[in-house]
Design a protein around this ligand. Structure first.
Ligand SMILES: Cc1cc2nc3c(=O)[nH]c(=O)nc-3n(C[C@H](O)[C@H](O)[C@H](O)COP(=O)(O)OP(=O)(O)OC[C@H]3O[C@@H](n4cnc5c(N)ncnc54)[C@H](O)[C@@H]3O)c2cc1C
Length: 443
């Protein structure tokens, strides 16, 4: 199936290629997800150019459509590099500042999609429909005369070497045929939600050109599994505000996220857990002795909590914590501390009061793993930004090759940060390709 526009005359065409039944393009973008679509939409050259997006998926923009519970959290009102991990923060900043939140808002507004800011700082379309976001991107791609083909899975991306320079530099192949192109953009995403079409194939393409991929590529923004029989699993469906923190062997807090936390039949989910998951996995992989703690009373230190329990006097634990923690959770914490939550706290022995304070302010958790790429929102790891020219997103090892979006070693927190990375990196590549095409036309 072919979506979107027809295209400009084949500026890169050549009878030889046509004779061999090989198509020609100026730009082939592999992957028509958020980053690939934004790359195409940002190519605005004066000369006619053939821009082709190839995507293996039957449904275009599947991730955009499911994002934010079907409402698509397009960006966040305050984006900066501190919301990201993976490559170095200065490198991430360099790309983000080229296309910030204001530019994202303007881009969508120009295409009839107004964004609204919610209390959490997340920006959604006022329609509350992800479809409007995807339609705006498809319209923008149409505007520039690019063509989208799908399902059209790419199996190989190869260099073409010319003895005397000139001619297309890349051959892109799949069961559907072959295209030769001057520029190739790898916008194949990572490995999260593989049924959407992103299964990590892009890493192989990048390696083929001499790029490296981080040693660890693992699910991020992913729910965590607790051992069978863990008391928190019994609270399935319960949501409460909590702090999740990673604590080093010396007691130093390495990362902390306070947000809504959800107990499920397999373990824990919700924004606080999703946000900490990539840091926990990264530490666990190297067996660094770091532990994960859950504080049901965020912001209250253990000593203060203990003093409060002592000061509560004749009141029961249930009465003392009512309104601060859901009753079902109080009962589970009390049970784990061996305390009857209905008796006066005065009757609770000191050692158990201390245990209560310990669990309420830093319940040590030992997740057995995570729910994997099928349930992850993003991928940690990928092609290091150090291997790209960040003014253009062009490969340092293969001129003419560009990498954008989640294939790069960049992953953001919950809140619209991952799409903002896709928009920014796609924009930077699109503008750089525009300059090349214009230069080629005038030169
Ligand atoms: C359930 C879920 C909800 C999310 N919600 C949000 C949110 O609300 N806000 C936010 O900021 N982020 C969200 N994210 C993360 C966000 O969707 C991604 O970070 C973003 O889509 C990455 O864009 P991308 O274009 O780099 O990759 P992708 O969106 O993964 O697109 C890659 C495209 O490449 C195609 N492709 C891959 N390999 C090939 C091949 N060999 N040949 C042809 N095509 C290929 C795929 O079919 C796919 O269409 C969510 C993710 C998930 C899974």
């Amino acid at each position: 199936m072919t979506s979107a526009a027809g295209h400009a005359p084949d500026g890169a065409g050549g009878a030889g290629a046509a004779d061999r039944g090989v198509e020609r393009a100026d730009v082939v973008i592999v992957g028509a997800g958020a980053a690939g679509l934004m790359t195409a939409a940002s190519i605005r050259c004066d000369s006619p150019a053939r821009i082709l997006l190839l995507d293996g998926a039957r449904t275009l923009g599947a991730k955009i459509l499911v994002a934010g519970g079907g409402r698509c959290n397009v960006t966040h009102h305050a984006v900066d590099e501190r919301a990201y991990a993976g490559s170095t923060r200065p490198a991430i900043r360099k790309v983000l500042r080229r296309f910030g939140v204001e530019e994202t808002i303007a881009f969508f507004a120009e295409r009839g999609v107004t964004l609204k800011r919610e209390e959490t700082g997340k920006l959604f379309p006022t329609t509350d429909e992800a479809r409007t976001v995807l339609d705006a991107l498809l319209a923008a791609v149409h505007e520039v005369g690019a063509e989208i083909r799908h399902p059209c899975r790419v199996e190989r991306v190869e260099p073409i070497e010319h003895a005397n320079g000139g001619g297309p530099s890349f051959r892109v192949r799949g069961p559907w045929g072959e295209v030769e192109s001057r520029y190739v953009v790898l916008a194949t995403g990572g490995m999260a939600l593989p049924k959407s079409g992103s299964d990590g194939a892009g890493y192989g393409f990048a390696r083929r050109f001499g790029h490296s991929v981080t040693e660890a590529v693992f699910p991020a923004l992913v729910p965590l599994l607790l051992p069978e029989g863990h008391p928190l699993r019994g609270l399935s469906g319960l949501t409460f505000d909590a702090e999740l923190r990673l604590v080093g062997p010396t007691g130093k807090v390495l990362e902390r996220f306070t947000n809504s936390t959800l107990c499920t039949h397999f373990g824990l989910s919700g924004p606080s857990v999703l946000d900490i998951s990539r840091y926990w996995t990264a530490e666990r992989r190297v067996d660094s002795g770091v532990r994960l703690e859950l504080a049901c009373l965020p912001g209250v230190v253990r000593e203060r909590c203990h003093e409060e329990l002592v000061g509560a006097g004749g009141v029961s634990l249930l009465a003392h914590l009512r309104g601060r923690i859901p009753e079902r959770l109080i009962r589970v914490v009390a049970d784990a501390a061996g305390v009857d939550p209905t008796v006066s706290l005065r009757q609770v022995p000191k050692v158990q009061r201390q245990r209560l304070a310990h669990l309420l302010t830093g319940w040590p958790l030992e997740p057995t793993g995570d729910r994997g790429f099928t349930h992850a929102e993003v991928t940690a790891g990928g092609v290091p930004l150090a291997e790209l020219r960040l003014e253009t997103m062009e490969s340092r090892v293969r001129p003419g090759l560009f990498l954008v979006g989640e294939i790069c070693d960049v992953d953001g927190r919950i809140g619209g940060f991952n799409f903002q990375w896709a928009w920014a990196s796609g924009f930077v590549a699109g503008r750089a390709i525009t300059e090349r095409l214009d230069l080629g036309a005038s030169g």
